[in-house]
Write a protein that binds this ligand. Sequence first.
Ligand code: FAD
Length: 435
Amino acid sequence: MKIVIIGSGLAGLSAGYRLCKANEVIVFEKDPDIGGMAASYCLEHSKNKYFIERYYHHIFRSDSELLALIRELELEKQMLWLEAKNAYFVDDKYYPMNTPVEILHFSPLSILDLVKLGLLVLRVRLIKDTEPYDQIKAKDWILDTAGKSVYENFFAPLMKSKFGDNAEKVSAAWLIGRVKIRSDRGKEGEKLGYMRGGFNALIEALAGEITANGGEIQTTKEVTEIVVKDNAVQGVVVGGDFIACDAVISTVEPKVLDAITGGKLGTLHDSLINISYQGTACALIGLDRQLMKDGNYWLNIKADVPFGAVIEHTNYLPFEDYGEHLVYVTSYFQDEKSPLWAQNEENIIDSYLKGLEKMFPGFSRKEVHWTKLYRRIDTAPVYEQGYLKNVLPFAAGSSGLYLAGMFSSTNYPERSLNGSVKAGFEAAELLMKNK
Ligand SMILES: Cc1cc2nc3c(=O)[nH]c(=O)nc-3n(C[C@H](O)[C@H](O)[C@H](O)COP(=O)(O)OP(=O)(O)OC[C@H]3O[C@@H](n4cnc5c(N)ncnc54)[C@H](O)[C@@H]3O)c2cc1C
């Protein structure tokens, strides 16, 4: 069977890996590099060559499909589980948020509010099924559960920095999913997983398996049309050429899928056009010195700066692996009209550096070795109230068109590397079953 996969992110590569032994697989990727949102830069500092993700990445112990895949590809020896410190920067003050004692010192909340916050977390941990919370707005659920002050002084700034103007539309299911995963810390504090040398090793290993089994991965090849005739996939159009195939797995954003199928996916059309995605403008900065001296990895921010988080990678991974300090400065944005999408790269970097100067008085631009900016407009679905009805099935009817990606049920109520690996596997399995 000849199978075309659209997109070389983890969903596409995982599907290709499962299918390549028994089928002819071609992966088309519109970008020059493979990996999608999990792609890396290859950088060199003081003759030290290394890979680092364009968007910060770590994984959780609950990411079982991803961890099983890492084992299957014999990459387990690269897995590290390291402590990752968190803090919250609120109105010019820095609050560490790692232990219950530190959280009790979070002065924007009164002791009573802190108790309410603690009870909310306990309540979340007892929730097994998030589906019933899909119809409730996160804002309403927090107000009911913990009150106005906890919402306004703790959750609202975090939700605003993640979802911008859409923050108030987000479902309680998303919030509960996030709180669940972030509060599962055990006694030692939060340990996050990372592959030493970067997740590039996973991307390369999957791609290597596909090509070793006779498959092809073609980059800078945008699929502009999926040709469906008499309710059966005929092939795809790439660079003006028609490529015939028996089945297609699409991993692209729903609105793009709608466009390349000419809006003809029948009952799925409404879901495809109703799922909103948001973008991320993420700078990576190489520095002479540590930015957050207390060893903090992740800093959430409520302040008048144009970004929502600062993530110091080398406060998590050993500095020696890179020979320089690496800091991500990042913000989500909602649409093409956002300055983070409309402005040129230089202006955005300049505004981010100004923000760092404001927040960290000791920080100087002279310490910056280099800066990079990675921007994409399709980096996450907005998990609005009622989103669940738009989750896409793994097969688009019986046409030979299969779907796997951030829009799949495995990525609800939050997308992840694990969710896309699982989606790729599920679509591949269904395709083989229907063969
Ligand atoms: C800032 C940020 C931080 C993140 N951090 C984490 C984290 O710490 N842990 C975690 O688990 N997850 C994290 N994620 C999420 C994770 O990166 C994604 O869930 C996952 O990589 C998505 O994989 P995918 O294959 O579904 O989609 P993508 O990676 O988006 O792959 C889709 C591919 O399709 C290609 N494509 C699109 N249109 C076409 C076309 N017409 N023709 C050909 N190719 C096309 C795209 O270029 C892309 O390569 C993060 C995401 C972001 C944005």
